[in-house]
Design a binder for this molecule. Structure first.
Ligand SMILES: [Zn+2]
Length: 124
């Protein structure tokens, strides 16, 4: 993956790879293409990042270069992401990106867990 500098909302410059350690972890485990993440809209990434943190199976799973790395169920993250895309009216291209990023099923038989609550997945 290419190291790319970018500005965060707080004005700090961090490497793309460093920011996406959480996704690196997830995509490695399921064979997804992390490079796709550069095209995912920022507002969706923030939602996904928060989902990963609040649903981390180990809190944090590990540290890389001093940054905490969180790991959640990729199937639940995919379900939540697809549902959030729908809520944000982000369109088909973004949906396809998430499907390439997270190569796994969406949720578990139309359900996913968010913050300990079982949610029904109303999109596919
Ligand atoms: Zn799950």
């Amino acid at each position: 993956m290419v190291l790319k500098k970018f500005k965060t909302g707080r004005g700090h410059t961090v490497s793309l790879e460093r920011r996406f350690y959480n996704y690196l972890y997830l995509t490695r485990s399921i064979g997804g293409d992390l490079s796709k993440i550069e095209n995912v809209p920022e507002k969706l990434l923030i939602e996904m990042e928060n989902f990963i943190k609040r649903n981390s199976l180990i809190n944090p799973a590990s540290f890389i270069d001093g940054s905490p790395v969180y790991y959640c169920c990729p199937k639940c993250l995919k379900a939540y992401s697809l549902q959030t895309i729908k809520k944000m009216s982000l369109g088909k291209e973004v949906k396809e990106l998430i499907k390439e990023l997270l190569i796994c099923e969406s949720g578990h038989n139309n359900y996913f867990i968010d913050d300990g609550n079982l949610r029904f997945l109303f999109v596919s």
